[in-house]
Design a protein around this ligand. Structure first.
Ligand SMILES: CNc1nc2c(CC[C@H]3O[C@H](OC)[C@H](OC)[C@@H](OC)[C@@H]3OC)c3nc(N)[nH]c(=O)c3cc2[nH]1
Length: 372
């Protein structure tokens, strides 16, 4: 079945909805844990599901380099390979090539680059990216685009956006219209409202099952990002999911939902968990900090995750983080994904009840308390 989007309620610009995919429903607003190389690091698929996640991400760039897209296809596709049977979204690889690969050469045709894994030469284009995402078997694929680093001059942003729109048309052409998989377009245009409108119009003409706001969370800062989100989501078709790529910290996520974003992804909860950071309703707790070494309290009162509800103290978390025990990264990743899952569930409830503004005031008030 083709991807569906059921818009259930709105509260201001905030939206409550459900994205229907061939492999299950995604409740929106949704946060999508990042499973770069086919695994959410340190977590089993069932544990990820238990945090409330309906969908996870995979990465074309990483998986094409290792173990290889054709190999994953021979082994049954990314769902079977990774053990995650629910919806999977894969990025197209464009962003990762720019941020990870070496010796890049960009032409209208695509990008040639050296693998950051073993230095071998590779090529990505809209056509090859669509082929890889089909081999992986992801339920939602992303167009092959270029995400320019900010700050950048308007001419550079405009030229990059125009190439990304030509690549979007080629992505659509190569992807086709398979019944059981969807393709999302990615809006570019930097911080320029008119370029973003032009990009949105071009994507709408080509036609996609969902639309991402790309080109943000690349160093512009929260104020500039929110400035774009004050107008970009409304430029995209209202009856389709809107996905903000690469965002973000909890207060970024809340601000994006407030401005009409339905889906988000970020490495923050998983990556910061591995470095000893625990995200809570009161803000971020750095368990590496020595002041926790005698603290018998759980990381977060009322959190149902194994780190908080399993009888572990902050003192224990501090100890296993400092001594680099595997359990430290596992417990904090589990906690952080649980926190993000609860945050999204709370926002879905608030939007459904028409009290998002009130909920948001409470969200910020709790964080003002500090006491971490
Ligand atoms: C952080 N700010 C951030 N991340 C942007 C990503 C990548 C998202 C990507 O970010 C990691 O790759 C690096 C994740 O892997 C570690 C990927 O998960 C699979 C995730 O894929 C959706 C963008 N991707 C595309 N294709 N186009 C974009 O304009 C864009 C903008 C981003 N801003």
């Amino acid at each position: 079945m083709a991807l569906t989007f059921d818009l259930k309620a709105t509260d201001g610009a905030a939206r409550l909805g459900e994205v229907g995919t061939a492999r299950g429903v995604v409740r929106t607003p949704a946060f999508m844990p990042v499973g770069t190389a086919g695994t959410v690091k340190g977590m089993l698929p069932g544990q990820v599901r238990g945090t409330g996640a309906d969908i996870v991400l995979g990465n074309t760039y990483h998986l094409m380099l290792r173990p290889g897209a054709e190999r994953v296809a021979r082994l049954g596709g990314l769902h079977r390979f990774s053990g995650w049977e629910g919806p999977i979204l894969t990025d197209s690889g464009g962003f990762q090539v720019m941020s990870l690969a070496g010796l890049r050469k960009i032409t209208e045709e695509g990008v040639r680059f050296a693998s950051h894994v073993d230095g071998t030469r590779h090529f990505l284009s809209p056509e090859r990216s669509m082929e890889i995402q089909a081999l992986l078997g992801s339920d939602i694929a992303m167009c092959f685009d270029e995400c320019p680093a900010l700050p950048a001059g308007r001419d550079r942003i405009a030229a990059s956006m125009e190439m990304s729109m030509r690549w979007a048309a080629r992505s659509r052409e190569a992807f086709g219209h398979p019944g059981d998989r969807a393709l999302f377009g990615i809006q570019q245009g930097g911080l320029e409202e008119d370029l973003r409108r032009e990009s949105a119009e071009r994507l709408r003409e080509i036609g996609f099952e969902g639309y991402a706001v790309g080109g943000l969370a690349v160093g512009e800062g929260q104020e500039a990002m929110f400035g774009v989100l004050d107008h970009a989501p409304a430029q995209l078709p209202a009856n389709r999911p809107r996905y903000l790529m690469g965002v973000g910290k909890p207060d970024d996520v809340v601000g994006a939902v407030k401005r009409g974003i339905d889906m988000m992804d970020c490495v923050l909860p998983t990556r910061s968990g591995r470095t000893g950071q625990g995200w809570t309703a009161r803000g971020m707790v750095n368990l590496r900090n020595a002041r926790h070494r005698d603290d018998p309290r759980p990381l977060e009162e009322g959190c149902p995750c194994p780190a908080c509800a399993g009888g572990y103290s902050r003192a224990f978390l501090h100890h296993v983080v400092r001594s680099k025990e595997m359990i430290g990264g596992m417990l904090l990743t589990w906690h952080n994904l649980t926190y993000y899952g609860r945050l999204m569930a709370a926002m879905r409830g608030a939007i459904g009840a028409g009290r998002f503004a009130d909920w948001e005031r409470g969200f910020h008030a709790r964080r003002a308390e500090g006491d971490l």
